[in-house]
Design a binder for this molecule. Structure first.
Ligand code: ADP
Length: 219
């Protein structure tokens, strides 16, 4: 099967990081930005880099943008340019369109005009940092929906040497331990008898409020 081809529009901090990461993962990446300087900066890291204004339909058509499997729109500050670009890409029939939103309202508009996925990198990172601040044990925090999330948590000292049955996180906090990481080994369907060791990392799913209670209890 042919490798997916990606186009990333907007070489700000987020866009250039996405383009660079995809390229390092071995994918073909076309980077686009209105600024010639940004294009020169990214040119060495991606397959093609083109300076163009993506609010111009003809330009996007000429670049053959609809032949890309996924297009990421990472224009942040200029909301009008972001919306116009998204609208044109949708009209041109891009198969999958991922767009960075600057705020909730911007995100709503993007969803309405057909973005397949809207991402909020600043908001999500802020949320992660906040959870890490509540409890330094929290290594990562991923929102699954408005109500549910997954946390990756260093096993608190109170957990060490106990098994999942004894800890009974499910009854006490209404949360589920989905996986236990021990070094590089990952136990993805832990049994009630599995013991938590020092240095283990727990992957826990639950309702946001219940997870917060758990985080605070072992902060
Ligand atoms: P970040 O917050 O991720 O750094 P920015 O909003 O600062 O994102 O950067 C977005 C990039 O998008 C800038 O490099 C800018 O030149 C580019 N950009 C803005 N408008 C357009 C447009 N109409 N066409 C192409 N690129 C654009």
């Amino acid at each position: 099967m042919a490798k997916k081809q990606f186009a990333v529009i907007g070489m700000g901090r987020f866009g250039s990081s996405v383009a660079d990461a995809l390229s390092k993962l071995g994918f073909e990446v076309l980077a686009i930005d209105a600024s010639e300087q940004k294009i020169q900066e990214i040119a060495g890291s991606v397959t093609h880099a083109v300076s163009a204004d993506t609010t111009d339909e003809e330009t996007l058509r000429a670049l053959g943008i609809r032949n890309f499997d996924v297009v990421v729109v990472a224009i942040g500050a200029d909301i009008q340019a972001s919306i116009l670009t998204t609208l044109i890409l949708k009209d041109l029939g891009v198969p999958r369109l991922i767009v960075k939103a600057q705020n909730e309202l911007h995100g709503k508009v993007l969803s309405k005009i057909g973005a397949d996925k809207v991402v909020f990198p600043e908001r999500d990172m802020g949320l992660r940092v906040a959870h890490h601040l509540i409890s330094p044990n929290i290594l990562d925090y991923i929102e699954l929906s408005d109500d549910y999330s997954i946390v990756e948590m260093k096993a608190p000292t109170q957990f060490i040497g106990k098994n999942l049955k004894q800890l009974d996180v499910r009854a006490k906090f209404k949360c589920n331990v989905m996986a236990i990481k021990t070094g590089v080994k990952m136990n993805i369907s832990p049994y009630a008898e599995d013991i938590i060791h020092e240095g283990d990392v727990l992957v826990i799913v639950g309702k946001n409020n219940d997870l917060t209670n758990l985080e605070i209890a072992y902060a």
